[in-house]
Design a protein around this ligand. Structure first.
Ligand SMILES: [Mn+2]
Length: 254
């Protein structure tokens, strides 16, 4: 089989305490990776892959063994793997580059694929101007704060992180707000403004919102919000001609 498809997926939130059976969630995702592996030229993981991730110099969070093994295998068999940091897994440094051979992005990416121009981003902070959000974001992205955090023993640091993550989720992640509509949804407003400045973009693809959206913005530009792996098990796939938003139905024997 030719490796000629490009996949986009986000918001698995591996390790989240929301999951009753975390290993099943991870196995379902790995099963999906097995179905795309031979055809996947590139895999873009668009953020919130982990519910929480922090790398110490010599230590990374335990767990995620099957997922990490599978993407390392895909990389070794010729699939290009991209990790975007989300708002839950901001703290990726060099582990994924070193161990998986992945390319890590901490900012939105514009990339040409088979003659089409893609704008890819997790989506947090885009079009959302609220001050509290910006403040938290700037603290988490601050290198000095990251160094401070790294100095906290991991049993406290990781514990803090999980309670932060749980608390932020209780504000909406378990049941994300429904689509606000074209005139109110932050990412739609952002995308509309963005294509005014960059009219050559064909596709804008985002995660973050945990909703499914496939929207034509004008005759050329189209945006997608690609759902999640908490309730939709969804992804986008580009075969060089068409971009489609799809959902994976896992076999019953998981
Ligand atoms: Mn998310």
């Amino acid at each position: 089989m030719a490796k000629d498809k490009v996949y986009f997926v986000s918001d698995m939130h591996f390790g989240s305490t929301v999951f009753e059976h975390p290993k099943v969630t991870e196995k379902r995702f790995v099963r999906w990776l097995d179905t795309i592996r031979e055809e996947a030229k590139v895999l873009y993981l668009l953020g919130d892959i982990f519910d929480f991730w922090f790398e110490y110099k010599k230590v990374v969070p335990r767990g995620f063994t099957r997922f990490l093994g599978k993407i390392a295998e895909m990389h070794d068999q010729g699939t290009e793997i991209h990790f975007f940091t989300g708002n839950h897994d901001i703290w990726m440094f060099d582990y994924f580059q070193e161990e998986v051979g992945a390319i890590v992005h901490t900012k939105p990416l514009t990339v040409a694929i088979d003659g089409k121009n893609f704008y890819l981003a997790h989506g947090d902070g885009l079009g959302d101007d609220s001050h509290s959000f910006k403040l938290i974001r700037s603290i988490f992205h601050n290198r000095f704060c990251q160094v401070l955090f790294a100095g906290i023993p991991s049993r406290w640091g990781i514990g803090f992180a999980h309670s932060w993550s749980k608390q932020s989720r209780q504000k909406g992640l378990a049941s994300p707000a429904p689509y606000f509509g074209e005139d109110k949804e932050h990412l739609v407003l952002y995308a509309k403004a963005y294509i005014k400045e960059h009219p050559d973009i064909d596709y804008l693809i985002f995660g973050h919102r945990h909703i499914l959206l496939d929207l034509m913005l004008n005759r050329k530009s189209r945006m997608m919000i690609i759902g999640d792996w908490m309730q939709y098990f969804s992804y986008a796939v580009f075969d060089g001609k068409e971009l489609n938003l799809e959902q994976y139905t896992a076999p019953y024997d998981l």
